[in-house]
Design a protein around this ligand. Sequence first.
Ligand SMILES: Cc1cc2nc3c(=O)[nH]c(=O)nc-3n(C[C@H](O)[C@H](O)[C@H](O)COP(=O)(O)OP(=O)(O)OC[C@H]3O[C@@H](n4cnc5c(N)ncnc54)[C@H](O)[C@@H]3O)c2cc1C
Length: 322
Amino acid sequence: MAQSTTAEVIIVGGGLAGLSAAIYLGRAKRDTLVIDGGNSMARWEPKVQNYLGFPQGISGEELLSRAREQARCYRVRFKRDRVVRGRIRGDHFSLRGEKGSYTSQRLLLATGIFHIPPNISGIQPCLGQSMFFCKDCDGYRVQGKAIAVYGWTNEAVDYALAMLSYSSCLVIITDGHTPRWNKQHAGWIREYNIPVYSQPVTGIRKTRRQIRALCLADRSQIAVDALFTTRGNIYFNKLAGDLGAKVNRNGEIAVDLEMRTTVPGLYAAGCVTPANCQMIIAAGQGATSAQAINRDLFEESLKTHSLRSRIHPPPKKMAHAG
Ligand SMILES: Cc1cc2nc3c(=O)[nH]c(=O)nc-3n(C[C@H](O)[C@H](O)[C@H](O)COP(=O)(O)OP(=O)(O)OC[C@H]3O[C@@H](n4cnc5c(N)ncnc54)[C@H](O)[C@@H]3O)c2cc1C
């Protein structure tokens, strides 16, 4: 394998969290490398409406592309690769990717998550168009429409209750699963008259990427405009595990308020942490982690008397003008 690529800071993940951190670290003049597999969830959103500064919306792809361009202005380097293993060697992190190996003093994991889609044939093309994972991102855009919430847990009921702010035309679909919500949630379903359909879903009727109806096993169809799913997430936390960082029961990487993990020198930001999974929050966490990384490196330099330069020559002293 070719020689290891080194950087002062490596960021694994070039989504919203990783790119925001990269911009901050580049501007702090840290030698920064972003290693990215190129699968940011943001790519699935055709029109982001809740990101600050874009009143007409912006596509997730365009937002990522602008952020990469902005990071390049500050000499951040990029590598398209998927990191498969991480190790700590002395005071360095050592990473192995499918295409190369990498070494850094500080490491930020901004690897994100994968929302598990419903197990319904033909649904994939509807992702981000009429099938959604996030009420806070997409509830507003489907207001007044016919909405189905897919799930069988308390979370599905919580979702349905929250969606009532946007539409009173709402059903819960359990797709053949026995409901696992508790008494309190069952009470709320009754109180707000939310219909529950428990037959398996056999397919969908759609026009291009727009769902028109869900087809049930008893051959009935439920006309819907939007499907929200609550099947949970897969957290891309393997590297945190390799490096010995604490991961909580959900699979989220545990971090403090400045995005430090339990391993010194290792940070995490974005949806792979216990954050509310929103673009602007991921970007904010990326910036927070970068500030902490920069400050930690600065303090280390003071301790080791290795700040990058000393005053030479000092600025000229001028005679008093007045
Ligand atoms: C359909 C859809 C619509 C959405 N719409 C909105 C919206 O309108 N508004 C909003 O605020 N949020 C929205 N979101 C959520 C938003 O996309 C996320 O909050 C945001 O992308 C999280 O940023 P992140 O940096 O944590 O993760 P991501 O943006 O997912 O980036 C993670 C990156 O890490 C890379 N990676 C992972 N593991 C490795 C590895 N081992 N080696 C190298 N690279 C790796 C991935 O390839 C990916 O590029 C939407 C999500 C989806 C799925």
